[in-house]
Write a protein that binds this ligand. Structure first.
Ligand code: CA2
Length: 146
């Protein structure tokens, strides 16, 4: 079985650490990537880590993960609440997928209360800041070990 995990990040997450630290924390996406790589390495996995502001690119990455990876973590960012294309791409692959969020969308504006992604993933982790990524990896790796 593949020992590669994909971690996909949606629009504006490249801005992490520079703005709105009270909502999204002080770590940059590069910091989060380094933390994820270290955690995954200890567990015997390598990471392909991507960020895109373009919906179709995220769809392409999901399809690549379906062919090459053991599992997928995705923070779809704003596309969480709008994207049928990302929902359909996740439904079309046959590997475990974990949706993660830095913040807790359920506590925020009404337009964030709907996730088009949740129906298409194994589970969701939200509200733990950058640690949501590590908790997501832990959940995914535990699943893959079963
Ligand atoms: O909490 C999360 O992880 C979100 O996926 C983040 C998205 C938001 O649209 C979702 O509702 C919840 C926003 C990511 C934008 O990140 C920024 C970071 C710094 C400055 C501005 C935006």
């Amino acid at each position: 079985m593949s020992k590669t995990l994909y971690i996909l990040n949606g629009p504006n997450l490249n801005l992490l650490g520079n703005r709105e630290p009270e909502i999204y924390g002080a770590k940059t996406l590069n910091d989060i990537e380094a933390d994820c790589r270290a955690f995954a390495k200890d567990a015997g996995y390598d990471i392909i880590f991507k960020q895109s502001n373009i919906e179709g690119e995220i769809v392409n990455h999901i399809q690549d993960a379906g062919s090459n990876a053991a599992g997928l973590i995705i923070n779809p960012a704003a596309y969480t609440h709008t994207s049928v294309a990302i929902h359909d791409a996740l439904k079309a692959i046959d590997i475990p997928c974990v949706e993660i969020h830095l913040s807790q969308p359920a506590k925020r504006e009404s337009f964030r209360q709907i996730s088009f992604v949740s129906q298409a993933v194994t589970g969701t982790i939200s509200g733990f800041g950058a640690n949501s990524y590590i908790l997501g990896l832990q959940a995914l790796i535990n699943l893959l070990r079963k």
